[in-house]
Design a protein around this ligand. Structure first.
Ligand code: SF4
Length: 249
């Protein structure tokens, strides 16, 4: 049987800069490729199908060496395990992209090799339900995006997000949505309905990068937060991308 290989864009350690895991030390594996094209995407290379793999040499320093893709299972497992040891331990492994669920068959083979040494956080655009189902036993926390058209510039797929929420069940640690100042009331209404239909996981509102210094927008975000609470969502937090504010990966 042909062994699965994968195109990894980069492997590095940093703080988790988004969502409720904020500030924890994570080892990130970022995969090439994505099934979406959000206009605010900050990982342009993740939209390519492949390229070189950058591997951090000193934990947290961003000193990379490159090697060619694709990588096989044993290579990726070794890079993850040795990277976590070099960092003196990590709080979690984050699978990110791009869209890591594009590589679900690979992840099904990789994750058991890691033997639950550390929690595994999956960052995903929240649409590939079948792929999620196939890797869910090895994932501890799903960080699920909900894509809002006024921010992404793409059509919404509310039904796709609804299926994903149901598939993830209790493992959906939180839902994150990037909001731009162009956000519309009907989008917020649909967002609240979606979150309620999925059992009300915590919701993170992430102002689109660069907008967090606009005072009037932040004040509107406070109103949006209050409105979502009134709509029955108990936990609504406003969290910008902290790693960008600190100028780290
Ligand atoms: S889903 Fe994520 S990686 Fe894909 S285009 Fe959107 S922001 Fe970029």
């Amino acid at each position: 049987m042909e062994r699965e290989t994968v195109s990894v864009m980069e492997i590095f350690t940093s703080l988790q800069g988004e969502g409720p895991e904020l500030g924890a030390r994570h080892l990130f594996v970022r995969f090439y490729g994505c099934n979406r094209r959000c206009v605010y995407c900050d990982t342009e290379a993740a939209l390519k199908l492949s390229g070189p793999c950058r591997i951090e040499q000193t934990p947290g320093r961003g000193d990379f060496r490159e090697r060619p893709n694709p990588l096989n299972l044993e290579e990726v497992a070794h890079l993850i395990l040795s990277g976590s040891v070099q960092a003196g331990g990590i709080d979690a492994l984050t699978l990110t992209g791009g869209e890591p669920l594009l590589y679900a068959p690979f992840l099904r083979e990789l994750l058991p090799l890691l033997d639950h040494r550390f929690p595994c956080l999956l960052e995903t655009n929240g649409l590939l339900s079948d792929a999620l189902q196939s890797v869910l036993p090895w994932i501890d926390v799903v960080s699920m995006d909900v894509k809002i058209p006024s921010a992404t510039g793409e059509a919404a797929d509310w039904e796709g997000h609804r299926r994903f929420l149901q598939t993830g069940g209790a493992k959906i640690g939180y839902v994150k949505t990037v909001l731009s100042p162009d956000v519309k009331e009907d989008e917020l209404h649909l967002l609240a309905e979606l979150i309620r239909s999925g059992g009300c996981p915590p919701l993170v509102l992430q102002p689109v990068s660069g907008s967090e210094r606009d005072r009037s927008w932040i004040e509107r975000l406070f109103d949006i937060q209050a409105g979502l609470r009134e709509a029955g969502i108990d936990s609504v937090r406003i969290i910008p991308q902290v790693h960008k504010l600190l100028g780290v990966l």
